[in-house]
Each structure stands twice: as structure tokens, then as C-alpha cells.
Design a protein. Structure first.
Length: 292
């Protein structure tokens, strides 16, 4: 073992040495990787809401964007915005909870554009159920999309990025992953899983110059958020939905809900602009609701 490898191993562990044995050279670390700004992106759950806005903003920054969702009509609208921004769009309609679907989506991106530089795991699912009445179906569906499909997408994209020796993965988590929410336990448990996967993937891919981070947005005005809060109001016997929403908004220290566009800006920052030495981080964007 040469002196440079010994020094790296002392700092980062034996994974660096394993990489040197496999490749014949010491790998670039994130801070040393001077590749150009990524341009080939895959955004999941992009038929509307945050996923659509992220895809549009990436296109405006010069990225070609593949988008996935089960909602084909919504994807077509997102694709229209991407092409209006002057960039190519690849539409992939399908259910990521089906075995092999995340890998197939990554393969499609690689087949069209020769690689993948950005993966944004935005697709999510959640239902309101009191913990003592939680159904097996809801737990299974929530974990299948929010945890298993996300992990498989990270794995598939991570392998391509490893060989490219560059790339960025951003996983959408939630402040709820660190809260006790007995009416929303399957969802919050799944987001705790996202936090764990993010850390593990970041460490696994760090020797190859691939950065993996997450973003935890607070309350936004999205279809999923509105549906969830309406269900939550009913579960708590609250008939006046607007009063319930206003009460929840007042709990946010910054005094308002997040705009979808500003949350998307933070996601795009992680994809394109964040420091090359930043990985395994959870970016908290909840207006002070979740306090790091």
C-alpha cells in the first residue's frame, strides 16, 4: 500500500483501499472532482406539485429531464413545460413499486442521453390512520414507494454515477421523520428510512465523487398536503377545515407555508450548486418547524 492510499484509508476507512485495488488508482474525492455541471436528470413523482416544479427549474438551468409518475396526463403537462424551457423531456409512465421499475427508468435515461447526473427521489405516498387502527395495506404501500422504490432508484443511478465518477442524488424526506405523529406513523417511519438510506448511499458513493443529500420541506400547498390535512382534520373531529389549516400554519415559526417554487429552488441548489464536499446532509426547509 503506497503512502497516499494509507493516508486516505486512515481518514475514510478501508473502502478507499478496496476501490484502489479494483481500479488501480486512488479515486477522486468529491472536493477534487472538477467535472462539469450535471445535465441529465431523472425526477420521480413529477406529474405535479414539487416534482413538476423541480423538473421545470432543472430544465431552466439547462438540464435535460426524464420524469416519472403513475399519472400520465400530469406528466404530459410537466413535459410541455420542460420543452417550453428549450430542453428535452423523457416521459416514463409507471408504478415505481413494481419490481424492476426504478432500474428500468434509470436504464431509459442512460439509453437516451448516455448517462445520468441527477436523481431526485420525490415520489411519495401517505395516508392518515390512527396507529392502533393502521392497516397492513397502507403500511405496505407506503414503505414500498417511499423506501424500497427510493432505495432501488438510488442503487441503479448510483451504479451509473460510480462508473462516471460524478453525480448527485437528492432524496425528499420530511420533518415528520423525527416527530411522533401517531396518525401518520407509516409515512413518518418511511421518511426515517429515507434519512437512513441517504446516509448509507452517501458513504457508499463518496469515494467516487457522487454526492447524496436530502431535503426536508415543511408544509406546502400541494395536492398531497391538502388531501393529508383534510384527512387529518376529519380524524381529529375538526369540521372547519380552514380553521384547522390556519391553526397548523400558526405553529410555523416563520409564520407562513412554503411556496413550492422556493422549495424546488433548494432542491435544484443541491443538484447543481451545493459544495462538492457536502454529502450525507439533510437540508431542513420547514420555516423553523423542525429545528436542527
Amino acid at each position: 500500500m503506497d503512502s497516499s492510499t494509507s493516508a486516505l484509508t486512515a481518514i475514510y476507512g478501508t473502502g478507499i483501499n478496496r476501490v484502489k485495488i479494483a481500479t488501480g488508482r486512488v479515486p477522486e474525492l468529491p472536493a477534487e472532482n472538477e467535472r462539469t455541471i450535471p445535465g441529465r436528470a431523472l425526477v420521480t413523482g413529477a406529474a405535479g406539485g414539487l416534482g413538476r416544479e423541480v423538473a421545470i427549474q432543472l430544465a431552466r438551468r439547462g438540464c435535460v429531464v426524464a420524469i416519472t409518475d403513475i399519472n400520465g396526463e400530469g406528466l404530459a403537462e410537466t413535459a410541455r413545460h420542460i420543452t417550453e424551457a428549450g430542453m428535452e423531456a423523457e416521459t416514463i409512465v409507471g408504478d415505481f413499486t413494481i419490481e424492476g421499475a426504478p432500474e428500468a427508468a434509470v436504464d431509459k435515461v442512460v439509453a437516451r442521453w448516455g448517462g445520468i447526473d441527477i436523481l431526485v427521489n420525490n415520489a411519495g405516498y401517505g395516508v392518515i390512520e390512527p396507529f392502533l387502527e393502521a392497516s397492513f395495506k397502507a403500511w405496505t404501500r407506503t414503505l414500498a414507494l417511499n423506501v424500497t422504490a427510493l432505495a432501488m432508484a438510488c442503487k441503479a443511478a448510483g451504479r451509473v454515477m460510480r462508473d462516471q465518477r460524478s453525480g448527485r442524488i437528492v432524496n425528499i424526506t420530511s420533518p415528520g421523520s423525527r416527530m411522533a405523529l401517531p396518525d401518520y406513523t407509516a409515512y413518518t417511519a418511511s421518511k426515517a428510512g429515507v434519512d437512513s438510506i441517504t446516509r448509507a448511499a452517501a458513504v457508499a458513493l463518496a469515494p467516487y465523487g457522487v454526492l447524496v443529500n436530502s431535503l426536508a420541506p415543511g408544509m406546502m400547498d400541494t395536492e398531497m398536503q391538502r388531501s393529508t390535512e383534510a384527512d387529518l382534520a376529519r380524524a381529529n373531529g375538526r369540521d372547519d377545515l380552514q380553521a384547522f389549516l390556519d391553526e397548523r400554519t400558526r405553529r410555523i415559526p416563520i409564520g407562513r407555508r412554503a411556496e413550492i417554487s422556493e422549495v424546488a429552488e433548494a432542491v435544484v441548489w443541491l443538484c447543481l450548486d451545493s459544495p462538492k464536499y457536502m454529502t450525507a446532509e439533510r437540508l431542513n426547509m420547514s420555516g423553523g418547524l423542525d429545528k436542527d
